[in-house]
Design a protein around this ligand. Sequence first.
Ligand code: APR
Length: 255
Amino acid sequence: MTRARQLLAQAARVVVFTGAGVSAESGMPTFRGAGGLWKSFRAEDLATPGAFARDPRLVWEWYGWRRGIVASCRPNLAHVALGRWMLRREGVTLVTQNVDDLHERGADEAALGLAREAAAARVAPIRLHGSICHTRCARCAVRAPLAGPVDATSLATLPHCACGGLLRPDVVWFGESLPEGALQAAFAAAAAAEVCLVVGTTGAVYPAAAVVHETRGAGGKVIVVDPGETAYDDVADVRLWGAAGEVVPALVAEG
Ligand code: APR
């Protein structure tokens, strides 16, 4: 812990790379761990463009269920600690694979008297896999926030765009490319960082998982926080075995 805190304190630029594990203590299921989504659901039926073309109602039903979980969750101590840390110091870029909005809500809670918008802007994550709180039109690609439940009882009740196109969750599905700008921004921040702090990801899904290797390839250090094994364990300079909600607040605490 001391070594990791030293590395972070000495670094002018840090990239924080998070996965589903950072939201686990808030009640969000992970994907591959015990009780992970891909243990009970088939990604090819729910999280591919083909699945949406075949049965948009089923896909929306599943994403509606997941949106319900996100809405019922609160940011945990890791989200809030990261938000507070990023508001207190310069030079930290947050890159997330998560589609929930718990980092933003964590920043809200940590806003230190700053206006919500200012705090959210300071801590806004680079989103590599999109957002479950937004939609994208399958026809004209317009993006928009989506509040409230989705009625997935029939094709007609599903959310539609003003252009008449069917709206889909604004998330990156298997077989789809990541938002170009986001990926480039994440790689650039990672290559320029002296330290990459990895929290709660197996590092199994590329190209997102390459972010960590961008830092390492540029001579930077890697700190991994996770209670389980990850694909980064061999390249970690410091390995902190534990839950994000316990380790991260101590890691980024002031003083
Ligand atoms: N604190 C920290 N890490 C945790 C915690 C916790 N409380 N609980 C579980 N973890 C760790 C697990 O040990 C595991 O290493 O979180 C990680 C979750 O890994 P995955 O389920 O593989 O999720 P993630 O790495 O985010 O998946 C990457 O895969 O399915 C796609 O698009 C989806 O963004 C996702 C991507």
